[in-house]
Design a protein around this ligand. Structure first.
Ligand code: SF4
Ligand code: SF4
Length: 159
């Protein structure tokens, strides 16, 4: 009885090994069908799908200008309070009038579900989803980000 079971187990193991080796052999001769990514070795050449969403970022141009008016539409659209818009009043040098402007765009990456609702809500296209994904940190506070860059200002003509 024991011998019978032993032979059955050995036979089962060999069959399983042969199945695995058959699959390995197949991909050995069909390189183009391999979809496994050699991450992180391929970090420099990694191509992510177009629709992949990694984090919210604010778009700045070469003059360090953005299109955020501080309207808070993104903050209101966010279902889990990931965004906090802090505004200030800039004084127009020519007219002396006060105008609302963004002071700090606070983004809590650790709360973000990458739902994209904030991006869709933005009337000026000031933010977008970036494809970054390596977000591991030792200190959770590092996941709270300021999206407007130091010294950046709103682009002329954006209302
Ligand atoms: S992607 Fe979604 S969860 Fe993340 S900040 Fe925008 S609205 Fe909030
Ligand atoms: S990012 Fe867009 S929606 Fe959010 S405050 Fe700025 S202009 Fe308004």
């Amino acid at each position: 009885m024991f011998l019978k079971q032993y032979i059955k187990d050995v036979w089962g193991a060999m069959k399983s090994l042969a199945t695995g080796m058959k699959r390995t052999g197949y991909y050995f001769t069909h390189h183009k069908e391999i979809i496994t990514e050699q991450y992180p070795d391929n970090r420099d050449t990694l191509v992510l799908p177009e629709r992949f969403k990694g984090e919210v970022v604010m778009i700045h141009d070469e003059n360090n200008e953005h299109a955020c008016t501080g309207c808070t539409a993104c903050e209101l659209a966010c279902p889990n309070a990931t965004i906090k818009i802090i505004t200030k009043f800039d004084v127009d040098a020519e007219t002396g009038k006060k105008k609302k402007a963004i002071d700090t765009f606070v983004y809590h990456l650790e709360l973000c579900t990458m739902c994209n609702l904030c991006v869709e809500a933005c009337p000026t296209g000031a933010i977008k989803m970036a494809q970054t994904f390596e977000h591991s940190v030792f200190d959770r506070s590092q996941l709270t980000k300021t999206l407007n860059k130091p010294g950046s200002k709103i682009r002329e003509g954006v209302e």
